[in-house]
Write a protein that binds this ligand. Sequence first.
Ligand SMILES: [Zn+2]
Length: 269
Amino acid sequence: MSRVLYNAINQVTQKYNAITHKGIDLVKEKNKIAEVMAHSDGEVVSVATGQKHDTNTTGTATYGNYVKLKHHNGMYTLYAHLKNVNVKKGDQVKQGDILGEMGETGKAYGVHLHFEVRNNKDVRINPTPYIDANLPNDIEKIDVIYQSYDSRKKRWLPNVTNDLDYAGNLGNAMSGLAINLTKGNVVYRVHEMNNKWLPDVKDREDYAGNLGKNIDGIQMKSDTCTLLYRVHLKNGSWLSWVQKYDDTNSGYAGILGKEIDAVQIKVKE
Ligand SMILES: [Zn+2]
């Protein structure tokens, strides 16, 4: 059963995308209206009511009626396009409490719940791992969450964290990279094959790369921790771990002129 839709099974109608859709869209089976439940215990920190269905809205109005919760670990969840809202700012809620009813207020095409998970910096992250799972307890631990763009499949691959394997599809060159730290900042850039280093990108507000133009070098650094990173060459092997970002040969991951098909990132403890 769904953790956020009362008495319903989750049906995902639109997946998370780091650039174009920073949440996940859920409907109840047979597109019925379901009550929306708090994913986890927390406090209501923001509410919008009185919004109409309007596909021309911009900014936060695109959410229509929504509820935003702050959880005990510092992370947030957000529930958008609600038909009505049962809670008010400052309320304490328990997991499973009804926040309102699904609807299509704001910029919505049909009745659905737009569900977001945000880290403790209020940056939207991929909610998919948490749809049926608890939020992480240990927010003090720095996790890196990242994903790559598969040039052959022409899509962003699922997010991975430093607890999981790597981002990429071996054999398919990558042309985009998006990185976020659950605590702290990251600055990164990529080298476009047969061209140049592209501009630095910060956190997940954007991504590095020109999608479709393959990458042959990656650099990253953080003010808050030491990042270890390495890349896998297409039709090749993993190169050495790198922990610097500078102009030397050991200051980036990759071999210029050779396509990269995967990247792995770790936070050095
Ligand atoms: Zn959505």
